[in-house]
Ligand binder design. Structure first.
Ligand code: FUB
Length: 325
């Protein structure tokens, strides 16, 4: 595998969340399918209906497909669209967090529990109380406190929740167009990892002058694809800028923020979406991301790839020159 090659080609994969569990690198991606649903701005064509788990012993080595770990028909509250998932481990149990539309068509976030990192995962009968929108990303800090970051604009419905209630009329908008940008959301997770243990709050991203990034600043404001990692005691919140197609990051001293914009990690890829994770494995740091090269550019048929990243003396992230072979 080189940085130009997908980690697997026998299925379409996207939105990779990578974690080290039991000494191996596990990847929890979306499992893209050709749903036959016409494309629109709400993302109806992203009609995924199950999750598969992958693992590798080495970056660049063989990738094991552990098969289907959770499927739509086994989740009582879901109507459609199993979008970008993430996983966490706590006290020997494994938790798969996933967004999907409920029976009313509103995105919620569910959790499913397993005994092994590869699953299978048994879903809780209801979505997490108080959850909404898409793209959950879990983070367990060194003190054992776990957090769930989430949110995504447009098809992900984050713009519908400005008042705290779901306003369907805002579904096809990208509000606000001025003033502070919409923020990703974060909540502490309970000890059993199945519910929120705090209020949902904004993940505030500040500019170099300490002002919240403006909604007109499309190159830097949050759109979707939250990820949290820790490097040298600092908290790195990374995300997709959506319609400007960058992966960007912001750095803070606390997992709840605020975070100060730090720069771009990845330029636009082939395809509309860009979504990633960042993980340390065997002393190196890796960016897992996707593009649509495997399908020749079909936006909803994507493939996961890996690039090595490095940090400079200031803690700024750069792509490494030498990439996984
Ligand atoms: O995979 C469906 C959606 O596309 C994800 O939830 C977004 O982050 C974007 O990658």
């Amino acid at each position: 595998m080189t940085d130009k090659e997908p980690i697997v080609t026998h299925v379409y994969t996207a939105d990779p969340s990578a974690h080290v569990f039991k000494g191996k690198l596990y990847v929890y991606p979306s499992h893209d399918i050709d749903s036959g649903i016409p494309s629109n701005d709400n993302g109806d064509q992203y009609g995924m209906n199950d999750y598969r788990v992958f693992s590798m012993e080495e970056v660049g080595g063989p990738v094991t497909d552990h098969g289907v770990a959770l499927k739509q028909e086994d989740i009582p509250w879901v109507s459609k669209q199993l979008w970008a998932p993430d996983a966490a481990e706590k006290n020997g149990k494994y938790y798969l967090y996933f967004p999907a539309r409920d029976k009313e068509g509103t995105f919620r976030i569910g959790v499913a529990v397993g005994d092994e990192p590869s699953g299978p995962f048994k879903p809780e009968p209801e979505p997490i109380n108080g959850s909404f929108s898409i793209d959950p990303a879990s983070f367990v800090d060194d003190d054992g406190q776990a957090y769930l970051y989430f949110g995504g604009i447009w098809g992900g419905q984050l713009q519908c929740w400005g008042t705290g209630e779901f306003i369907k009329a805002k579904y096809s908008t990208m509000e606000p167009q001025s003033g502070p940008a919409l923020s990703a959301k974060v909540a502490k997770l309970s000890e059993d990892m199945r519910s929120f243990a705090s209020e949902v709050q904004d993940v505030v991203i500040l500019d170099e002058e300490g002002k919240p990034i403006d909604s007109s600043d499309h190159d830097r404001r949050f759109f979707e694809a939250s990820w949290m990692h820790k490097y040298k005691g600092k908290y790195y919140f990374s995300y997709s800028t959506g319609d400007t197609h960058y992966l960007a990051y912001a750095v803070g001293d606390n997992p709840l923020g605020p975070f100060t914009y730090g720069g771009r990690i990845l330029e636009p890829v082939i395809g509309w979406t860009t979504h990633h994770s960042i993980v340390e494995f065997k002393g190196k740091w890796y960016l897992f991301y996707h593009d649509s090269s495997l399908s020749g550019g079909v936006n909803h048929l994507r493939c996961v790839k890996i690039r090595e990243i490095v940090y400079d003396d200031q803690g700024k992230i750069k792509l490494a020159e030498a990439q996984p072979k």
